[in-house]
Design a protein around this ligand. Sequence first.
Ligand code: NAG
Ligand code: NAG
Ligand code: NAG
Length: 687
Amino acid sequence: MKAIAYALLVAVYILQARCEEQCSLPADCFTKWEEVCGELFPSSLCNVMCPKGCNLGERIRGTGTYTGDSAICRAYVHATGTDGGFVAAMGTEDKRFFIGSSLNGIRSESTGARSTSFAFLEEENECGGCQLGEICTDVGEGKKACVLPLDCNANWDNSCEDYNRNGTCLVMCPAGCTRGSSVWGTDIYRTASSICRAAVHSNADLAKGGIVTVVAQGEQASLAGTHRNGVGTMGHYGDIDQSFSIARSSEACGGCEAFETCQDLGDGQFGCVLSLDCRQTWEDSCKVRYGQEKCRVLCPEGCKNGGGIYGSDIYTSNSAVCRAAAHAIPDMKNGGVVNVLSQGQQQGFAGTVRNEIGSGAYYKPKPETFSFVETTSACATAGTPCGPEQTCQDVGDGKLGCVLQLDCRIYWGITCKSHYGDGPCRVICPSGCKSGGGVWGTDIYSNVSAVCRAAVHAVPDLNEGGVVTALPQGEQVHFASTVRNEVTTGRMFKRWPETFSFAEATSACKEAGLNCEPHQTCHVHEDGKKSCVMAVDCYSRWSDTCKFQHGEDNCRVQCPAGCVKGGSVHGSDVYTNTSAVCRAAVHAISGMKSGGLVTATAQGGRLTFPGSVRNDVSSGNFHRKWDESFAFVETTSACAAAGLTCAPHETCVEMGEKEPPVCAMQLDCWVKWADTCKHLYGDKPCP
Ligand SMILES: *[C@@H]1O[C@H](CO)[C@@H](O)[C@H](O)[C@H]1NC(C)=O
Ligand SMILES: *[C@@H]1O[C@H](CO)[C@@H](O)[C@H](O)[C@H]1NC(C)=O
Ligand SMILES: *[C@@H]1O[C@H](CO)[C@@H](O)[C@H](O)[C@H]1NC(C)=O
């Protein structure tokens, strides 16, 4: 019966269709939209005449947009507050949610997707006309505005995208949106995020719902995932085209940027900070927001894990800021506010473990880097401000000092040299640097040597790490390869302008009142006496060592074992300047095969250098005038003990048990009288 009656009504309506907008379908407070408009005008305009008094009647579902089975005239009162009259409704499509609310004395219910729905066309209302689905409602301060009702799942893409005016979208959020669909970001959110949940994340007061102004924010490089006000958001790393923020009215900070958070900084102070998560890098956060300016960030707790970090105290621009903060600053494991400074180009980055976080090493230049003001604040408070590259550490005796943190591989040229040029470089070395990067030299090392591994080589007891001071040294022509403290260094014969040594290397001698030269080492004799000596290898030549270091008289040389092999040697007892000192020592002095100390002294010119085989070393002969040569004080010590003083070119020959030793000159089968006997002894007998 009802269907027939309605068909009649429709027929009347169609007959009257010519009478344009005055024509309308009759409805009462129980008539559902689908009964009156749904069949004839499912997706177009449908005019209905409503009676008064529809605050009672059939139930309705939705706000702004209603399900097709809602009573049209009651829904109209709910949406507009107007009781009865001419109503223009429009079928709507693709609605995924219907949010229930109490408006104008009527309660509507919430529900999920329905096949049919409708909204009211409000071209002239108190708000000056709203879009389909919006309601004109009180937005505070006595103002009315068109508002889009949302539920806790609606996101920008399926709501504000079509409703924003100049990038601003006014929405009505229900209470309880701590739950709802996912949210990405912090202060600025990805458009796929639930708007009303994002609103609670942004402002705790919005947990009870209300009118929210959503602002389009355009492209973003990365978004932080954080926990706030009972809402956990996800991070998003990589560029996105569109985003939104929740507008803030009044706050303690008095106006932060949309991407900032107003944060209690303690002592009643509030300030705008950039909220980050444990993965966001400096170049995707601070740099995007503030360029090279100081960046105040709020870090969450738990950044022991997170994005990769490279460096120590100064980090590469692609390092995760908050994880770097937890690495650099001891009490950052619980999160907090830190000040980040841009540091510009750096040559190299030490990888270290601090506060249970390991940073990666990077031994190439990076044009953009950052550090934290707080890294060295303990030293600043103690009146000794540090540089940004430094860390404030216990430097012994419980005193705080500024030091440069290194790892076991980073080399002089990209740390000490790049930070301090020709000045001293106080560093802190980690433990375990007997393994690490390459090292060239002994006591003085080339600029491409790993500073901390060289320190283990040069300074006793440094394998457990500690503070040492590296000093730049001038040009060297030779770097000796030696084994010390389980570190074997490399050998290099090359004129090399940039080198370094350690202030602490010879401190044992300094305590004994001896000031060793940088190229010297402090030798502790069996009787505990100390002396400054030069450590060389089996290839080190006189010209590159004693001669180069200006120690031509009584040049105390520490020889390693095994110099039966080594560099070439020319002469006997007196050797050419190009001869390897320690191999010559094995040749000249019996008992030097296992190494030890010898004293070499310059000998000036000779006309010839005879070769000979002694102590398993065969020296070459050189029968030409040559201006620089050397000999050893110890060569003739057996004769000296017997009361005989041999000349430097003489050797002490043992004559057996019965006879005393004699001093004699070593010749070979080519040596001429004039170059030797005549030259050295004149008319005297020639032994
Ligand atoms: C939109 O923004 C433009 C430029 O900022 C302004 O001229 C215009 O009045 C705004 N329109 C509305 C509806 O706010
Ligand atoms: C090391 O020193 C050499 C020679 O002075 C120089 O050419 C080179 O650039 C330096 N290397 C570094 C990394 O400083
Ligand atoms: C060795 O001495 C000669 C002079 O006899 C000198 O010309 C030469 O430069 C010296 N060699 C080195 C490597 O210093």
